[in-house]
Ligand binder design. Sequence first.
Ligand code: HEC
Ligand code: HEC
Ligand code: HEC
Ligand code: HEC
Ligand code: HEC
Ligand code: HEC
Ligand code: HEC
Ligand code: HEC
Length: 453
Amino acid sequence: MMVSVVSTNGDGNSSFVLLTQRNNHMKTQARGSEIRMLLSVIILFAGALLAQAADKKGGPSPASCVACHEKQTPGIVTDWRISRHSQVDVGCADCHGDGHQSTNDVARVKIPTPDTCAECHEQQVTQFKNGKHALAWAAMKAMPTIHWQPMAMIDGMKGCGGCHKIGLKSEQEIKDLKKSGGGFGLASCDACHTRHTFSVKEARQPQACETCHMGFDHPQWEMYSGSKHGVRSNLKQMGLIATNAVAPTCQACHMNQGHHDVDTPWGFLAVRLPLPEDKQWAADRVTILQALGVLDPEGKPTARLDVVKAARVAKLTQEDWQKERDAMLSTCNECHSGNFAKEQLAQGDNMIKESDHLMAEAIRVVAGLYQDGSLKKPANYVSAFPDLLTFHDAPTVIEQKLFVMYLEHRMRAFQGTFHANPDYALWYGWSEMQRDLTEIKALAAELKNPAKK
Ligand code: HEC
Ligand code: HEC
Ligand code: HEC
Ligand code: HEC
Ligand code: HEC
Ligand code: HEC
Ligand code: HEC
Ligand code: HEC
């Protein structure tokens, strides 16, 4: 089996076409027409095989689904024929059931969930359920202003929902989703090996993570692609350096040995317990925890802490994060010395510490405005204290600045350090944080003393 990357559009747009094929080599620069011709040969051949297979099996023959869907949704049938599934006789009905057999009973079709895949891939599903991806839907739903977002952005699987659909949904949530829309986006397992090729080779490429791990608050794709790790991996994909030259992919570091239970020591928000020994850092982290609403302004745990625990948004014991860190170090050690690796990761920790200091100072400035009455407690806030988790719905310009400083710039400062991308760490991260802090101070001065403006 092989995969060719073809970028041949006449209009200059490069497109990414995955072609999986047995015992046949294809030139990387093949033209669209040649591909179509080859495909039709494969389809004819596969069709003949399939008819034979269907004849042998009793019950709802995959051929009936295929014969009709060849006209209804030809692209899906093409992809399924390319897949390993079609080679091993896993047909449409194995995932979609046989309740729907004609054009007028489409509503009886089954839309697969990870439990459908678990019938044959128990190991991957069990691992997946233990990892952070499984919690993505719950973590999104736990955000305090989630109900303020347009429906399309959440249950409509666009925006937040478009990425967080990778998470598991409860039976009740699935029922509700079906009532409110089409009820698609329930499969989770099609996030990296997409339907209907379900290709393991596709899933092993870093591009499999790109659609979700990019952009505003988690540009891992951009950071990685520009890092030496990503550049080498890209040169390998293009066939310009030896295919056995080492270059870690996202999967090598985060799904080592194919483990489907992704998790990281710091996590997205980069706050954890126990508090660090360094007194300044500990104080700064407490301020951030207050602005996340998990500690109240007096420093006592709030109800939101339970939500954070349930969705595993922060690690709460050293044991919990140390084992992830040790595993990461041994991955680095496959190519780097232990000393080199320890040093790199320690610098990542240091960037979190430095960033926390700027962040905490900015939070204290805005908290001061609530305390002296320059800002009034918003009706939906529990306390008169800034709330980073209100995101873009924060009620004032100064608080939105604070949100951007936290979710965009602090993220880039440390994520860029961990992902070996100096430009993200400095210019898109640390430097922006400095500018945010200056602006926040200036805005605060105006709010305290509007007359002097
Ligand atoms: C006689 C034709 C016919 C047969 C046979 C058939 N389908 Fe369909 N199927 C359709 C049509 C028509 C649609 C709706 C397509 C559309 O909206 O474009 C559909 C839709 C679907 C959908 C998408 C459901 C949705 O809500 O959009 C799935 C999944 C599906 N079929 C699977 C199957 C499976 C599995 C079988 C065999 C057990 C099968 N089909 C047999 C005609 C057929
Ligand atoms: C290995 C499992 C599996 C097999 C086999 C399978 N499907 Fe699907 N199919 C899925 C998954 C997963 C989805 C996405 C469901 C979602 O969005 O929640 C899907 C979605 C669909 C959809 C609706 C979404 C879209 O993109 O239009 C159609 C139509 C469909 N399948 C048809 C087929 C047909 C026809 C076959 C056989 C040629 C087939 N499927 C075989 C797993 C499978
Ligand atoms: C009825 C059993 C069955 C179901 C249901 C099923 N699979 Fe498979 N799947 C298989 C078999 C068998 C293979 C081939 C294993 C092998 O190559 O040894 C396979 C292979 C795969 C592969 C490896 C493909 C490759 O390129 O080598 C992936 C990925 C995969 N399945 C994902 C899924 C997902 C995701 C679902 C659910 C949407 C699913 N499967 C549902 C039986 C199933
Ligand atoms: C975050 C991306 C991602 C998600 C989500 C994902 N997979 Fe995978 N999957 C991979 C990668 C990467 C591999 C290849 C691992 C390796 O190199 O051995 C893989 C491999 C597989 C294989 C082939 C295993 C083998 O040894 O041949 C199966 C089967 C599979 N996945 C099923 C699933 C199922 C079922 C789900 C849903 C619970 C799922 N995957 C969700 C990335 C993913
Ligand atoms: C060389 C190994 C390596 C590669 C390659 C790599 N990462 Fe990471 N990743 C790390 C390390 C180290 C951390 C921070 C670990 C910690 O929390 O201590 C991290 C953290 C993360 C996090 C948590 C938030 C953050 O950024 O700190 C996510 C999500 C993530 N990586 C996704 C990806 C994706 C997606 C790719 C590919 C585009 C990728 N990583 C490539 C090593 C790697
Ligand atoms: C469909 C979107 C999607 C795809 C594709 C995807 N992820 Fe994720 N990933 C998410 C979301 C959403 C989260 C946050 C889940 C949570 O923590 O609740 C996440 C979390 C993670 C984390 C845990 C970060 C932490 O907080 O500790 C890692 C590591 C990760 N992803 C790696 C990967 C890798 C590697 C790939 C590609 C092989 C990948 N992801 C593909 C959406 C995706
Ligand atoms: C482009 C895809 C994408 C969009 C859009 C998106 N997210 Fe995320 N989200 C992710 C990824 C990927 C992660 C994990 C990032 C990391 O660990 O660095 C994540 C992490 C999170 C986390 C932290 C989970 C944890 O356990 O640490 C929350 C909460 C969250 N997102 C909520 C939302 C909300 C609410 C929205 C919409 C306002 C949203 N996300 C929009 C992909 C997305
Ligand atoms: C699969 C092999 C491989 C793995 C695993 C790997 N790296 Fe690398 N790394 C490389 C290669 C190759 C380079 C490019 C060497 C150069 O720049 O001369 C590199 C470069 C780097 C660089 C930038 C160049 C430099 O010397 O400053 C850093 C930082 C780095 N790696 C850190 C890590 C960390 C941290 C981990 C584990 C989280 C890790 N790497 C895992 C292969 C790997």
